[in-house]
Design a protein around this ligand. Structure first.
Ligand SMILES: Cc1cc2nc3c(=O)[nH]c(=O)nc-3n(C[C@H](O)[C@H](O)[C@H](O)COP(=O)(O)O)c2cc1C
Length: 438
């Protein structure tokens, strides 16, 4: 992560805040202002209550994620799929084992920046931490994000979504009456950050996915309290264990969909060791903002692309902008009815998301919903190009069935009439430089 920060500084993509900032709301408010005004990454040099600088809005756009994985601007899905395909071949060689560095600095949770993000949040939260854990039976390693509420130096409370691997790992340990060893990685290297967003088959290691992304092993050292292996580039490490048969109130918290999630009885993480690199940078992530949504958007789009590409011809690209609930698929039409088959397949590509799916032709910008809706409204009928699938469950946390049902929109032109939908152009418009005319 340090290298990424240095690169951003050199490219003048870093907004450096030297003024002292309050970690309670002010830091989040400045981050949001930066996101809405140029979307620069922000480095807070002086956060009250902690000696550590804080970086926010770091993985702030799909373009940046493309850079991180070595993809062309519109090639995220295909590159992610290639990494996926290479993951198995990295198994067993995904890391090199090194001695634990001697210059790590022990500290406690309350030495870290304790950031409260939203007005009704129950308290400070860790939002960027990647949990690393091993399945208690198979030993397969998993990386995933889980927000964690600060209670004390000894205790955090964690939200483990029931559709995620860490939930299953913890359940398997709990059934044996055991705690699940886990480490929280804050400020891990970019490949691990991206791998934290990946959902792989249950017997695949997500550390191997990170290694496949870099095409190199991840240097790692043994944890202090368990056999878990800590990626050596991690800025801040919190070691601990998720306790069996213990649930305590966590929340409310301002969450990914833009609303508060009510207080609920959630898992308890017992903190055993906290340590940092000699001059660590703390990574703050504003939930539901560009930084959260870019990864969720891109990895959901990639999963959908892979599923569709394995099922049907003519799939060009997929976007889940502005949020994973919405999926837009760009195709090159191959036959009459092709777009409707793509819609059917897209509904099944991700059972939590893909609530609204839209298929467009190859000339439409799938990252611009204005253009997508323009295509729907100008290329055919509204009634026969709309598909409603009633009464299907969606997002896993949905007590009131707000996410049930699916909507599909075929926004493509009629298959045999493509020539009628050629987009008009003004000759020379792309080379006009307005200053020459004023
Ligand atoms: C920044 C960020 C924060 C997240 N926070 C949570 C969370 O608090 N709880 C949760 O269950 N999932 C959360 N997620 C979703 C999962 O961590 C993520 O989907 C991950 O890929 C799950 O991996 P798995 O399918 O291997 O379990 C978050 C995702 C991101 C990108």
């Amino acid at each position: 992560m340090q290298k990424l920060v240095d690169d951003l500084r050199a490219r003048d993509e870093l907004l450096i805040v030297r003024k002292e900032v309050d970690p309670c709301h002010e830091l989040a408010a400045v981050t949001r202002a930066a996101q809405h005004s140029g979307n620069k990454t922000v480095l807070f040099e002086n956060v009250s209550g902690s000696a550590m600088p804080v970086i926010s809005n770091l993985y702030n756009s799909r373009q940046r994620l493309c850079e991180m994985i070595g993809a062309e601007p519109e090639g995220f899905c295909t590159r992610w799929n290639d990494i996926h395909d290479h993951t198995k071949s990295r198994a067993g060689s995904e890391r090199t084992v090194i001695d634990r560095p001697t210059d790590l600095v022990d500290c406690s949770i309350s030495d870290l920046p304790l950031i409260t993000y939203h007005g009704k949040d129950a308290g400070p939260y860790f939002t960027s931490a990647i949990f690393l854990a091993r399945h208690p039976d198979t030993g397969v390693e998993n990386l995933s994000f889980h927000r964690s509420m600060f209670i004390s130096d000894e205790e955090l409370r964690v939200r483990l979504g029931s559709s995620h691997d860490l939930y299953r790992y913890q359940k398997a340990a709990e059934e044996k009456g055991e705690a699940l060893d886990a480490v929280m990685l804050i400020g891990a290297e970019p490949s691990l950050f991206l791998a934290g967003g990946a959902s792989l088959p249950g017997d695949w290691s997500e550390v191997a996915f990170a290694s496949a992304m870099k095409d190199a092993p991840i240097p790692s050292y043994k944890a202090k309290a368990s056999d878990l292996m800590i990626p050596a580039s991690t800025q801040i490490v919190i070691e601990g264990r998720i306790l069996p048969n213990v649930r305590r109130p966590e929340g409310p918290f301002g969450e990914v969909m833009g609303y508060y999630v009510e207080v609920g009885d959630n898992h308890v993480f017992e903190v055993l060791h906290v340590y940092t690199q000699p001059s660590p940078i703390f990574h703050s992530l504003l939930c539901g903002s560009n930084e959260d949504l870019s990864l969720l958007e891109a990895r959901t789009a990639a999963k959908t692309w892979t599923h569709l590409n394995n099922t049907l011809p003519g799939i060009i690209d997929v976007s889940c902008a502005p949020s994973m609930m919405n999926t837009t698929i760009k195709i090159r039409q191959q036959y009459e009815g092709h777009a409707r088959q793509v819609l059917m397949a897209a509904f099944g590509a991700h059972l939590d998301y893909n609530k609204v799916c839209i298929v467009v032709d190859e000339d439409v910008d799938i990252f611009d919903l204005n253009e997508v809706m323009w295509a729907f409204t100008t290329r055919g009928r509204a009634d026969t190009r709309t598909m409603v699938i009633p009464d299907v469950p969606g997002f896993y946390r949905d007590a009131n069935k707000d996410h049930w049902g699916r909507l599909g929109l075929d926004a493509t032109w009629p298959f045999h009439r493509a020539n009628e939908f050629e987009r008009k152009k003004i000759p020379g418009e792309e080379s006009i430089y307005l200053a020459d005319y004023t």
